[in-house]
Write a protein that binds this ligand. Sequence first.
Ligand code: FAD
Ligand code: NAD
Length: 479
Amino acid sequence: MSEKLKSTQVAVIGGGPGGYPAAFLAADLGLGVTLVDPEANPGGVCLYRGCIPSKALLHAAKVITEAQQASNWGIKFNEPEIDIDKLRDWKDSVVNKFTNGLGQLSKYRKIKYIQGRAKFVDNKKLKIQNQGGEELLSFENAIIATGSRPAELTNLTFDSSNILNSTSGLELPEVPKTMLIVGGGYIGLELGNVYAALGTKVSVVETTSGLMPGVDRDLVLVLSKRLKTIFEEIMLNTTVIDMKEEKSGIRVNFEGADINSDKQLFDKVLISVGRKPNSENLGLENTDVEIDKWGFIKVDEQKRTSNPNIFAIGDVAGEPMLAHKATHEGRVAAEVIAGHNVAFEPRAIPAVVFTDPEIAWCGLTETQAKKENQQVKIARFPWGASSRASTLDRNDGVTKLVVDPETEQILGVGIVGSGAGELIAEGVLAIEMGANVTDVRLSIHPHPTLSETIMESAEAFLGLSTHIYRSKKRTAEKR
Ligand code: FAD
Ligand code: NAD
């Protein structure tokens, strides 16, 4: 074991979408940076086993679904032949292209990249375990960006190639005949979408009364309707109480309101019941850094922990656990270290569930407004009235605005429908710029596009919609 003391101005621990942008920006701002991550290149969960591989597979799923749907328009394709090895290789090539690219970008910036795991020795030093042994690194500032890992079903899971989590599910080991997905949130529904399109009979079990708990019910309703047609079964208010390995799969025992049979056999079971912050095994007990009761590192709006020279960003620093939130926090931390007077103060963080159809929202939701007793008015534009949606044969969508009743300022936007994830950025910009419904109504949107549904929602709010008829009084429901 060699323990030489090296030093750096900024040590970034974790090379995900929080850590690598923080490291890159800090280097661009003239600071000496060391980036530590166990992988050969930066990328983190998002690139290696999250956002990117899942979206590549969701794209493949979309192509399959659209080809099937084309029979409605007189175009019939044969049943798809799925070469699982080639699909896996393609997905992996997308990941490799990006992670290799990030490795290059890191080198161009003269960032010292260490493939290893870091642990705090004290408030000023890290011990890094790498392939060659251990090294000590002293830092002026450190940014903790260690992300999160899948939560487990305590006392229920065991080691089996038939029990998957998001990481092993994305490795696409095979296309099983049947799969149970435990947890009807982001991962369960996205991966369920993928496997169902590939031909697996997918069942979902969700412990709460609806899929995607916390998201506005009118948006989830549109998705649920479609998922009922592609999934074998959706069991709500239900949970798993026992699992056993049998010769032909996993025997699952359920308890709850929505079950046909309390015991069923599945080829594979995918557990997607949330994620936990990676704040353990980091040596935080040797520092002044504090964590909350859920294990998230406590930070202020500049992403500073309880120690002024140690910052924390991304999944390890709290919800929402989303890549773009991690990136923005990382950029704030890098700028603060460089001496800029900035803070992380977004009015709207967008969220997208990349199912078919997609759900996207930003800013204040109707659910949140109700919970907080905040008066809002809601405007909805159903995609049945969108000519663009009709040309795509995808009228299953809704765009809605959450509006301040006094100022008519847009506080939130929610969209469900094909491509909702691409549309939501306009909502983010509107909220960040403090736009009101008239600003959006008067902004000319290209025709025919789904983006018009945002403008038409604003028109509907004002009782001025061309494509739906509703009086102003009926449209702007008072909440
Ligand atoms: P991570 O990406 O988790 O990166 C942390 C890195 O730190 C990892 O490489 C880890 O190995 C490393 N690390 C941990 N401990 C140490 C240590 N001691 N020393 C050195 N390195 C360490 N978000 C979206 O916004 N859009 C999506 O479409 C999306 N899809 C997802 C799909 C799936 C299947 C999953 C699982 C997640 C998805 N997410 C998505 C969430 C997104 O991946 C995370 O929010 C994001 O990766 C968080 O970034 P991060 O930088 O905080 O941490
Ligand atoms: P999640 O929090 O989105 O969903 C977990 C679901 O599991 C919830 O609906 C919960 O009620 C349910 N659940 C919990 N325990 C259960 C049990 N015992 N039985 C049945 N259901 C149970 O978590 P996830 O899907 O694991 O994803 C984790 C996080 O990763 C997300 O919250 C999100 O931040 C991030 N993510 C984002 C994207 C995206 O941006 N498109 C995609 C994937 C993951």
